[in-house]
Each structure stands twice: as structure tokens, then as C-alpha cells.
Design a protein. Structure first.
Length: 199
């Protein structure tokens, strides 16, 4: 009985140590936090949130240097509708939605809609290879240190990649899609925000 209890104790201790190690790895090694097929991003059609003008919070502000070396500041785009897409190259839903994002970017550019990507993981090489492969023509900002993600806290969950935000003409979050976009939903969001300015 005593030896059995000891074996159970050793088993429990080993299991606790393994769990502790796994927890430490997941909390400290941020380079691996998006690798699992069951965590790290929201797959499927995405969870959609639309926010009425009266319920929107303060304007979102962020800035950075794109992979092409150009400075981007969200404040400079007040008066435009801004689409912010959080992504990285090895994220499967990001690859799924990329052609749709580019198509919508092309459709809405003449209406003053600006697109910007926020890439959480990639150096210039993988990011630009992704953009070339999918024909992406709007810029992206690298954010490996999650400085921009911190500015977007409350609007983008750290493990919800991809996430797409629609900012209204005042820079406030008017819509959010967690997971790969549904093109018709993103278009409807953009149409709604554009109509607000016309009223």
C-alpha cells in the first residue's frame, strides 16, 4: 500500500512538473505561441463585431515603419476609413483571406479606404514573399515586439490571428472580424462606415 502511494505521488509530481514546464514554455517562448493548429488563431468564418457610433471608444493610435521603409502613422489617416489586418505568413487563415483582402482593397481605394497590415512574427523576407505570392499591394508594419498590438489592446486578442479591424473616419474601431474574413461581411462593414460620413 505504501509503495503504491509512493508511485502515485511520484506520478503526480512528474505530471505536475510536466504541466509546469509546458506552461513555462507557452508563456515565455512567444515564438511558438501561434504554432499549434488548435490555438494561436481563430479559424473558420470568424467572429464578427460591429459597434454603433455612439458606443465606440477613443480613437486608436499607432505608428511604425513598413517593410518598404516608409513611415506609417494612423493619425495621418484620420478622415479616411482604415482597415487594419493583423497577420503573419505561416498562419493558415491568413493565407486563406489574403486574396479577398487584396480584392477589397482594390475595390475601395477610390472611396478613401486605406489598408495596413500588422505582422506579428516575420522578418522582411518571409513577409514580402507572402505579399508577392498573394499579390498584396498595401503595406504592412512588422511588430515582432508587439508594440502595436499593445496599442490595439482591448480590440485585438494576442492569440486571435488573423484579426481585421475597421476604423471609422475618427480613428475609432467600428468593426472587428476575428479569424479569416468573410468578404461580404467586410464589405458590409465598410459600406456602413462610409455611409456614416455621407449622412
Amino acid at each position: 500500500m505504501r509503495s503504491r502511494s509512493r508511485r502515485q505521488l511520484l506520478h503526480a509530481t512528474g505530471l505536475a512538473a510536466a504541466i509546469g514546464l509546458a506552461t513555462a514554455c507557452s508563456s515565455e517562448d512567444t515564438s511558438d505561441r501561434y504554432d499549434s493548429e488548435n490555438s494561436g488563431y481563430v479559424s473558420g468564418n470568424g467572429v464578427t463585431t460591429e459597434i454603433a457610433p455612439a458606443d465606440r471608444t477613443e480613437p486608436v493610435e499607432f505608428s511604425g515603419t513598413t517593410y518598404d521603409g516608409d513611415e506609417f502613422d494612423s493619425i495621418e489617416h484620420l478622415g479616411n476609413v482604415l482597415v487594419v489586418n493583423v497577420w503573419y505568413a505561416s498562419c493558415p487563415p491568413c493565407r486563406v483571406e489574403a486574396p479577398d483582402l487584396q480584392a477589397i482593397h482594390e475595390e475601395y481605394t477610390d472611396q478613401g479606404v486605406v489598408f495596413i497590415g500588422i505582422n506579428l512574427r516575420d522578418e522582411a523576407g518571409p513577409a514580402q514573399a507572402f505579399e508577392e505570392n498573394y499579390g498584396i499591394t498595401y503595406p504592412s508594419i512588422p511588430d515582432q515586439q508587439s508594440e502595436i498590438l499593445y496599442q490595439l489592446r482591448g480590440h485585438v486578442a494576442p492569440n486571435a490571428v488573423p484579426t481585421t479591424l475597421v476604423l471609422d473616419h475618427d480613428g475609432r474601431v467600428a468593426g472587428r472580424i476575428s479569424g479569416a474574413i468573410d468578404p461580404s461581411i467586410l464589405r458590409a462593414m465598410l459600406d456602413g462606415v462610409l455611409e456614416e460620413a455621407a449622412e
